[in-house]
Design a protein around this ligand. Structure first.
Ligand SMILES: NC(=O)c1ccc[n+]([C@@H]2O[C@H](COP(=O)([O-])OP(=O)(O)OC[C@H]3O[C@@H](n4cnc5c(N)ncnc54)[C@H](O)[C@@H]3O)[C@@H](O)[C@H]2O)c1
Length: 328
């Protein structure tokens, strides 16, 4: 305490001098600036992945739709961090290629892959049970990543198309999470990750079924988080809401102001999501500028928000959509 005394006296003197010169208003301004800077440095550290990260070594990470795109990319990144990976997908050829690539790079039993249609509860049950048997470990991190997009306006879409989107992008989350949650809660350990979309927070024409499904996924994550909070559970949740990513899924979709709203690269998006999981972040909107769209929606009348969305070209971004099937 004696050692600290000179510093405390100096701080008191500085405070007095500052108060005499600037008064109460100056103090409030300085406090606001300090808090702002503190918040800013925290955000910078968070977005660059410089916060404290948890270890995933030997943890069992189960990724749906991991045969391509960001699911495949995340699987490789987590495997390199020492995790045991289970990948499920309906595309068994691509799935096997990812599993083989990981096992070739990191050793034979690092990755396990099995067919699973996430919209079918029995298929989910089987895949989870087989992956637990393979790795001899219950699931530590579940990443609900599998997704589809039709890119059709409401009246051009079919009943089957709409049902498929909702079943895979939203309902499936119930099947996978119900399989692992009880065990996670019992162990007071685990992490449920929802790969939603900015389309789960903002409506876009041409994406009625997709937005409905992703708004559902966002609601699923948020409600689950509150259920876990009420039980003081240490099971974590993370909801990811990205803008377009160049995986091929949204080929043809356009950003009117690419400098402001850039189409994200698969590499960047996957690294950011992995960091968010390791840093136990709850909600990630990327790129960060899209937080302003949410703020405008929350704070201004709907007509202001609608006009902003049109001005920034958000509502027309799907007009030239081709999607993966029609792309190379
Ligand atoms: N690409 C983007 O612009 C973008 C933007 C925001 C959110 N997302 C979301 O990110 C996630 C991954 O997208 P991506 O860009 O990597 O797409 P992707 O098409 O490369 O990957 C999706 C994977 O899900 C698999 N899949 C489809 N139906 C399935 C089913 N019934 N059961 C199991 N697997 C199934 C596909 O075979 C594919 O391997 C999706 O949920 C998507 O909605 C993508």
């Amino acid at each position: 305490m004696d050692k600290l005394q000179p510093y405390l006296t100096k701080a008191q003197d500085l405070y007095k001098k500052f108060y005499e010169k600037r008064g109460k208003k100056g103090l409030v301004q300085a406090a606001a600036l300090g808090l702002g800077l503190l918040f800013l440095q925290y955000q910078v550290r968070k977005y660059n992945g410089w916060l404290k990260k948890k270890s995933v070594a030997n943890q069992h990470i189960f990724i749906t739709g991991g045969a391509s795109g960001i699911g495949r990319n995340m699987a490789k990144r987590f495997a390199r961090l020492g995790a045991k990976i289970s990948i499920v997908d309906v595309n068994t050829t691509a799935l096997q290629e990812v599993v083989d690539a990981i096992n070739k790079e990191l050793g034979n039993k690092t990755a396990f892959g099995v067919y699973c249609d996430v919209s079918d509860p029995q298929s989910v049950k089987n895949a989870i049970s087989e992956s637990i048997t393979f790795h001899n470990r219950s699931i530590d991190i579940l990443i609900n990543n599998a997704g589809v997009v039709s890119g059709r306006q409401l009246l051009q879409n079919s009943e089957a198309g709409i049902t498929k989107t909702i079943n895979i992008n939203t309902t499936a989350h119930h099947w996978t999470v119900r399989e692992v949650l009880a065990n996670m809660m019992e162990n007071n350990h685990g992490h449920i990750v929802t790969i939603a979309s900015i389309a789960g927070l903002v409506g876009v024409r041409g994406l009625v079924d997709y937005c409905a499904s992703k708004f559902g996924a966002v609601g699923f994550d948020e409600s689950l988080r509150f259920e876990l909070r009420a039980k003081k559970s240490k099971v974590r949740t993370t909801c990811i809401c990205p803008y377009f990513i160049n995986t091929g899924m949204f080929d043809g979709a356009k950003s009117r102001f690419p400098l402001l709203f850039p189409i994200l690269s698969e590499e960047y998006a996957s690294q950011r999501i992995v960091n968010a999981i390791l840093q136990n972040e709850t909600v990630v909107i990327m790129p960060v500028i899209l937080n302003f769209a949410i703020m405008i929606k929350a704070c201004f009348p709907t007509c202001v928000y609608d006009n902003m969305m049109e001005l920034f070209g958000v509502s027309e971004s799907m007009d030239h959509f081709k999607g993966r099937a029609q792309s190379k």
